[in-house]
Design a protein around this ligand. Sequence first.
Ligand code: URA
Length: 441
Amino acid sequence: MRVYDIIRKKRDKEELTKEEIEFFVDKYSKGEIPDYQASALLMAIYLNKMNKKETAYLTEAMMNSGEVMDLSAIKGVKVDKHSTGGVGDKTTITLAPLMAACGVPVAKMSGRGLGHTGGTVDKLEAIPGFSIEMTPDEFIKSVNDLKVAVCGQTASVAVADKKIYALRDVTATVDNISLIASSIMSKKLASGADAIVLDVKTGDGAFMKTLDDSFALAEEMVEIGTAMNRETIGIISDMDEPLGYAVGNSLEIIEAIEALKGRGPKDFMDLCETLGAYMLVSSKLVSSYEDGLIRIREAIKSGAALEKFKEFVANQGGNPDVAEDYSLLPQAKHIVEIKSDKTGFIDKIEAEAIGVSAMVLGAGRETKEDELDLSAGIVLKKKVGDFVNEGDTLAVMHFNREEKFEDAKRRFKDAYVITEEKAEPKKLIYGVVTKDGIEKF
Ligand code: URA
């Protein structure tokens, strides 16, 4: 078999066989296919697409390109949750201890942020002492003892995805449904969970900008998970404006803790409740979505979720006192209010531009080598639909890198559209995809 022939077939819109896809994944993972040929094939896939069968073969080949974790030593139904990525998305930090407090074993492997989207691992590292390094035995023991552990993605899981993703990132081939579905599902399937709840983001700050594409991505991932005997649910949620108010690592930790105290922003609380209720149903701990909601609200009200957060942080070497004293988190030297130039209703806050603005301040990395400033970021004071007068504060910027401020501020201001008329309120959840079909809200 020759990779040249595989590229030519896809260029000519032909279907690839299981053997051809396995050959490419295996040889590229081992460094036996050069990046220029892999790039050509990825671009041919991007332009001419893969059908569902090819996508399933690609997912399986990538899953088998590394270690497939065995979590059978963890008791109970392990439920994983994965977000396709967004701005201000601190959901895992709240949901992991919240689900553990409700009785769901959470064994979570998380990633770092790149570009305008943040990553759970970076956010957790804003907690002094917190470590995501764990041996497999420590990870399993933590989940059995505490019901929660979050570790970094190990280099040995879905090896092909790491190489292919890095290449996609620099060849403009990220936002393709088959490539995203196989990338995410290969990692989820290799991570060993019994059930998977996918938070598929839609809108300006998401990879999938339209609802149709977001539903199609969710459908594809649910089909792959179902075919591999994992109960898989896809929830389509809004990422047109940032989630909650805080964007930036330590600022998002504060907002995630506030949510565990029942005081989080409405959109963020609603998303945690929705995803959490589906996770509880998938874990078979409750028999209905409504019972899931009741259990979640009780865990927050009783303080059990916050206590679980402190146990989880302490278990991974972090200082649990951050839950009560936010000044223990990294603090920026400069805290500057950004004022509105206009009077009117906020019609749009482009999530991607806000993510880039926070990244410029130091909250994210443009390249893998960039060093983060864990204290940097933006706290919005207004959201879409709010009324502002000229001179009102739109947001507060936290930063240390003074030379970056003007650029970040310009990008931030360009992200706002302020109009005379109030826009129709937007939905947070657009629908749910299960093996039984699509339900649109
Ligand atoms: N997240 C992933 O893990 N892979 C993608 O391709 C896109 C988002």
